[in-house]
Write a protein that binds this ligand. Structure first.
Ligand code: KG4
Ligand code: ZN
Length: 353
């Protein structure tokens, strides 16, 4: 489908615990507003679905208003609306979908339904308002096939990108996601929520002296598993608690040991995926990619195969955000993939590639 140049999209993502609204123009981001609910879920040590719904309901209107204001765009001027359809928490997804339906009817705009994981997968392609991203900075041209490694709180996936819009899931976690394991280990160590940033920060001060199992190290295929590691952490922490003298040092060393096991698990499968599909480039996405050591490990592996690695131009695009949904929706609109009947639009909590 031929769409006009400077195609403006208003995108909403309410898949988990951030209410996010973005305005995009083709693959450029004009605004990307995120209302975080971390404070609300923090005391429960994880996302509470009914509280997530309540918070999304509270924040969605002001977030839309702010995104339009920041982009200096009037809603009448947008060309299409985009919404995360899944995967995610059903009560959270519903809030965004209801709002999009309301806006589509009120302003008579077409709607694009987006897979949240495709959003993470294409987040490295998003450009800033000046048209710059890490591809343009390196004067690199998108070359297929690409290998995507997505590591978030809900997913750990290796995805083959044959071209934009054509994906093959090569492997995924059979149980917990890597981010979830970070969050759970943080909880075991009484460190707070979300655990990933805290664990990775503390790991900098520690040494990986504790022996923890590397998940799925010897199993064939490209799937991941992190629940065994989580259980091993639980036992190890219990066993050590009675003996430790310096709690601060123990926590730092344990975080470093856990992080090392996760990195090894990711690296083994990444290497295997590279050998299987011979990609031309690698793209990374998802909140756990905020972890510097993980990015360094991926770059080291990629270098062995002489492969370039691309990450989103801003850290804000690693974690959940609506800008990646807007950019993905633009690619979809170009393929003519718009919702035909707005009444039929529904959440898909378990949507996959
Ligand atoms: O992509 P995301 O915002 O949400 C999902 O779609 O799941 O990812 C959130 C996850 C959380 O589990 C959080 O603990 C983790 O990303 N995370 C990190 C780091 N920063 C965020 N994990 C490890 N190291 C980090 N620096
Ligand atoms: Zn996400």
């Amino acid at each position: 489908m031929k769409i006009k140049k400077n195609y403006i999209i208003l995108a909403i993502d309410t898949s988990c615990d951030e209410t996010s609204v973005a305005i995009t123009c083709d693959d450029r981001i004009l605004s990307n507003v995120i209302a975080s609910q971390i404070k609300v879920h923090e005391k429960w040590g994880g996302v509470v679905p009914h509280l997530a719904r309540r918070e999304h309901e509270k924040h969605i209107r002001p977030t839309i208003k702010e995104a339009l204001k920041k982009a200096k765009i009037k809603i009448e001027k947008i060309d299409a609306l985009a919404i995360t359809q899944g995967p995610g928490l059903a009560p959270a997804l519903e809030v965004g979908i209801r709002k999009i339906k309301e806006l589509a009817q009120k302003f008579d705009k077409p709607v694009v339904a987006v897979n949240h994981m495709e959003g993470h997968l294409l987040s490295s392609l998003a450009k800033n308002s000046q048209g710059t991203n890490n591809f343009t900075k390196l004067k690199a041209i998108l070359s297929f096939p690409l290998l995507g490694l997505l590591v978030s709180g809900g997913h750990t996936q290796l995805v083959l990108i044959e071209k934009i819009g054509q994906y093959k899931l090569l492997g995924e976690t059979l149980d917990d996601a890597a981010g979830e394991a970070f969050d759970k280990v943080a909880k075991m160590l009484d460190l707070g929520y979300p655990g990933g940033p805290i664990v990775s920060q503390l790991a900098l001060k520690g040494k990986p002296i504790y022996d923890l199992p590397v998940p799925m190290k010897n199993s064939p295929g490209l799937n991941f598993s992190f629940s065994g590691l989580k259980t091993a952490c639980l036992y190890k922490i219990k066993e050590q608690k009675a003996k430790i003298k310096n709690k601060k040092q123990f926590t730092a060393d344990f975080c470093a040991s856990f992080e090392k096991a996760v990195i090894e698990a990711l690296t083994i499968k990444l290497k295997r995926a590279i050998k299987k599909i011979y990609p031309k480039q690698i793209v990374l996405g998802g909140g756990v990619i905020s972890n510097l050591k993980i990015r360094q490990a991926v770059r080291k592996t990629a270098k062995e195969f002489d492969l370039p690695v691309f990450i989103p131009y801003s850290k804000k695009l690693f974690t959940d955000n609506a800008a990646m949904i807007g950019v993905t929706a633009w690619y979809q609109a170009k393929r003519g993939s718009l919702i035909k009947s707005i009444e039929e639009l529904d959440r898909k909590p378990n949507l996959n590639f």
